[in-house]
Design a protein. Structure first.
Length: 427
């Protein structure tokens, strides 16, 4: 390891030690935390089931940066590249549309065998897998309704899809020896003010009861449910609102998923974690960055991300919180998007661990808000970067922006050739 990295680390360690922070122990804890990196950043949420199907469900990807993955093998190669630049061992979050099979299979009939190649790859890479039913980008979701659709036949199709998805999740968990989180998000909602707000929610509740009726081994699969305030085309009303899923999740022991972009613009999920932790069995995060709306920008190390890290560490919530990412930006290199967002999420956790929490708590309990503010502000210029650099070097990944050159080389050697190869094949 570069001696200047070690020297800077030792100096930083001594400073933090003055506040009782054991930085070596912090780095050991940090290495245990898994981030679930979402596969859908790699191909603009297209998947491989119906590749020509437009993205629907009130979410949108903008940009036309070249090099999107077009096959499962390409997507896995891109994920591998990204993981080689991110410290730690993590998970991949798959959506049902990312089946890897030559069989023409419908969503309500998917089985573990359609994901076998993903499992073999995850095993080889030492990664865990998470899963999501895909209740959008499909002709049966064209009305904007799935599990709460008024037509029982359409509803049943989506119920069967979600049931099949849970079984795949349980299979992932069993095969990989790491619990899979299967997260249900549905787009159902109305563009304009509805007459009946209750009936769709009653239908959704009944449908979820059917989806979750079968008990699965919680060591293999945990169910999560994700609310949303509004989507494109569901501005007036979303069936699966926050209150709906808070109620459902607490009553039925499901993980409640908080997506950073699914609330009112001034509402932050960092302020929800402590409350939720007192009542919910577990929490799933979709770390995202809303810009004026649920725009799913790549997460930066902004105040909210740092606060999320702090809350997880200070509240000792890492044991019951599963950290997933959810952003999709097609205007920049997609591998870089993963690397930036995932490294930032880990940095935020590290920042949380490096706060002088005991001293801050004591100041607060003594109503000494002067000390609280002074310490918080001074710690902003503590040498967190030296600790981060050492962590990256120790984990065998590039230090600072050195990863960017690797992504640029991968872009030249792999990503930019994809379009050209396809064009040659067409001729
Ligand atoms: C593709 C994801 O499932 C999707 O982004 C969902 O989690 C969501 O956040 C929709 O806004
Ligand atoms: Mn989400």
């Amino acid at each position: 390891m570069d001696q200047s990295i070690v020297a800077n680390y030792e100096a930083a360690k001594a400073l933090y030690a003055q506040h009782g922070i054991d930085v070596d122990a912090v780095l050991e804890k940090l290495a245990e935390i898994k981030i679930s990196m979402h596969c859908w950043q790699g191909d603009d949420v297209r998947g491989f089931l119906n590749k020509d199907q437009a993205l629907t469900g009130g979410i949108s990807v903008t940009g036309n940066y070249p090099g999107a993955a077009g096959t499962p093998a390409e997507l896995r190669a891109d994920l591998e590249k990204a993981f080689s630049l991110i410290p730690g061992k993590h998970k991949v979050n798959l959506h049902a549309i990312y089946v890897d099979t030559d069989e023409k299979v419908e969503l309500d009939r998917i089985e573990p065998k359609h994901f076998e190649k993903w499992v073999a790859w995850a095993q080889e890479q030492g990664l865990g897998l998470d899963f999501n039913p895909t209740c959008f980008s499909h002709e049966k979701s064209a009305d904007g309704f799935t599990l709460s659709h008024p037509d029982p036949a359409i509803r049943q199709f989506w119920i069967d899809h979600c049931k099949a998805s849970r079984k795949i999740g349980a299979y992932f968990g069993e095969r990989l020896g790491q619990t899979c989180v299967t997260n249900v998000w549905i787009p159902d909602g109305f563009k304009d003010v509805p007459v009946d707000r209750l009936a769709p929610r009653q239908r959704l509740k009944d449908a979820l009861d059917e989806v979750f009726a079968e008990e699965l081994n919680p060591a293999h699969n945990l169910d999560a449910i994700e609310s949303k305030l509004f989507g494109l085309g569901s501005e007036a009303y979303v069936v699966g609102s926050h209150e709906f899923y808070m109620g459902y999740g607490i009553a039925n022991n499901k993980l409640i998923c908080l997506d950073a972009g699914h609330f009112h613009p001034t509402e932050v999920i960092s302020n929800k974690l402590s409350s939720l932790s007192l009542f919910a069995d577990g929490i799933l995060l979709h770390v995202s960055r809303p810009m004026r709306w649920d725009s799913d920008h790549v997460v930066t190390l902004d105040d909210e991300l740092i606060d999320i890290g702090r809350e997880l560490v200070r509240g000792d919530l890492l044991g019951k919180t599963h950290i997933g990412l959810d952003f999709f930006d097609a205007s920049i290199n997609r591998v870089a998007a993963w690397v930036i967002g995932t490294r930032n999420t880990i940095k935020a956790l590290l920042r949380g661990f490096l706060d002088p929490v005991e001293a801050l708590r004591e100041a607060e309990l003594n109503f000494d808000f002067t000390t609280r503010l002074a310490l918080q502000e001074e710690f902003k210029s503590y040498p967190f970067g030296a600790v981060w650099d050492y962590y990256c070097a120790k984990q065998g990944v590039p230090v600072r922006e050195a990863w960017l050159a690797e992504v640029k080389a991968y872009e030249q050697n792999v990503l930019l050739k994809r379009g050209a190869e396809a064009a040659v094949a067409k001729k």
